[in-house]
Structures are given as C-alpha cells and as structure tokens.
Ligand binder design. Structure first.
Ligand SMILES: Nc1ccn([C@@H]2O[C@H](COP(=O)(O)OP(=O)(O)OP(=O)(O)O)[C@@H](O)[C@H]2O)c(=O)n1
Ligand SMILES: C[C@](O)(CO)[C@H](O)COP(=O)(O)O
Length: 234
C-alpha cells in the first residue's frame, strides 16, 4: 500500500510561526511521530510526504532520523490540502493501485488503524477512519442562533487515514479541479460523485493537532503510551 502524508499546511489555527508539524511534542516534531506510525504499519511499503518548499530541509532531517527501511519520497505541496493531495497523487509510482491519505497533523495515529484501512482498500473498498460523535451537535446561524439539532446517531467525525483505489481518486480530483469543487477531505469528492465510501471506527485519540490545546493532549497521550502517566484514579 502507498501512503501520502499531507504535511504542507501553515498551521494558522495553531498560531505558530511556521508549519505546526515541525513543533516538538514529547521531544520530537509532530511529523516524526506520524512517520514513525507509518513505518510501524506492516501494510505500508512506500511513503510520500507532501510539504512546502520552505520546510524541505526540516522534513528531510526528520526522515533521515527515522532511518526508514522503505522509500520515503519528498513531494512539493499546494495552496490547499486538496491541491497537496492532488500533487501527491500525481507523484505516486506507476505501480500504485491503492493509496492512503493521512494528515501529518494526526500524529497519534496507531499503525493498526493504517493496517486496517490498507486491508479495506486492498479488498477494493474506499474507506475513512472516523469516530462516532459524542457531543450533541447544534446547527447555528451567523448570528449565533441555534437552527437545528441533528440526530446524533448518524453523525461521525471524519479523520484520516482515508483510503481509495488510486485511479478513482485521481479521477475524482480531476473532476473537482474541472468543476471548481473545494472540499476539506477526499471522501467528500467520492460523496459528490455518488461513489461508495465507508467508515472504519477509529479511536478518539486519533485527533488532528489543530490548536495549541491539542498539543497538550498529544503530549499527554504520548507520555501515557510510554508509561509515563498514571491512568485515571478509581
Ligand atoms: N496546503 C495544505 C494545507 C494543509 N495540508 C495538510 O493537511 C492536514 C490537515 O490540515 P490542517 O489541520 O488544516 O493544517 P493547516 O493547514 O496546517 O492548519 P490551518 O488550517 O490551521 O492553517 C495537515 O497535516 C496539513 O499539513 C497540506 O498538506 N497542504
Ligand atoms: C481530512 C480531515 O482531517 C478530516 O477530519 C480534515 O477535514 C482536514 O482538516 P481541515 O482543517 O478541515 O482542513
């Protein structure tokens, strides 16, 4: 299975001076944790990291420190996540038939989740990691007034990895570019084209590091995985 790590963002909501994936959490850059998980996945045999030119040296240093035992390729990203994925798809080797797209910002991803998504794609499916919503969700207008409370039982929060047959995802991106569609994840392109996409239940720990609070959560999760944090008191 081929994996594209989307790492070309700017981290505006993080409020950092540069790319949030280069911020250290539990002693290592966010991207290093994502790459470590990818390299621990048995199913992944080729990795493309899509980044901005300004970050190339830093990303290459992270890759070198990970001492990868399979190809890890640098790809220049675009203005939006959608553009970056599109460029990543164009850079896949000719033999790639299935691809997982993963946000570098989801650095708590577990290798088992990558393996599970890869197995689904190898079986011919398009799937995304997702987790059932646990809050009551409100639809609110521009003035802050509540319009509706959608039935929570059918709501899932989309995550990555998201996995697809390469040819179909390339076609979906080409259609999006032609039609001017703008989406925040790849599954949304399949949805617009009426192509089936399924969810694979993922642990809620698979968060996207978006705001400074998420750095605190990630540090705690990584510390707990290393046995450095006591569990909840009973
Ligand atoms: N032009 C872009 C924008 C985003 N991403 C990647 O897509 C993932 C999810 O995006 P997001 O959390 O929105 O990252 P940023 O764009 O960095 O954050 P913000 O929207 O707050 O600026 C991240 O791993 C990010 O690096 C990307 O590859 N190319
Ligand atoms: C793909 C994604 O991670 C699914 O939750 C998300 O849509 C991408 O992040 P963004 O911040 O919405 O661009």
């Amino acid at each position: 299975m081929h994996l594209l790590i989307a790492a070309a963002g700017s981290g505006r909501r993080m409020g950092a001076a540069g790319n949030k994936l280069l911020i250290a959490v539990a002693g290592r850059p966010v991207l290093a944790w994502s790459l470590e998980a990818a390299l621990a996945s048995r199913a992944i045999r080729w990795i493309g990291i899509v980044g901005q030119p300004v970050d190339e040296l830093a990303v290459r240093a992270i890759v070198a420190a990970a001492r990868p035992d399979r190809p890890v390729v640098w790809i220049v990203g675009g203005e939006t996540r959608q553009d970056s994925v599109s460029r990543g798809l164009a850079a896949l080797p000719a033999e790639a038939t299935g691809v997982l797209i993963h946000d570098g910002a989801r650095c708590l991803v577990e290798p088992e989740l990558l393996d599970r998504c890869a197995a689904a794609v190898e079986a011919g499916r398009a799937v995304i990691a997702a987790t059932p919503v646990t809050d009551t969700i409100k639809q609110v207008d521009g003035g802050g007034a509540i319009l509706a409370t959608p039935d929570r039982s059918g709501l899932w929060a989309a995550q990555t990895p998201q996995g697809f047959p390469v040819a179909q995802l390339r076609q979906a991106h080409a259609t999006a570019a032609r039609e001017g569609w703008s989406v925040t994840d790849d599954a949304a392109l399949f949805e617009r084209l009426d192509l089936p996409v399924g969810v694979l239940e993922a642990p809620p720990s698979n968060i996207k590091l978006t705001t400074p609070f998420d750095l605190v959560v990630a540090a705690a999760v990584l510390a707990s995985r290393r046995g450095e944090l006591a569990g909840p008191e009973r």
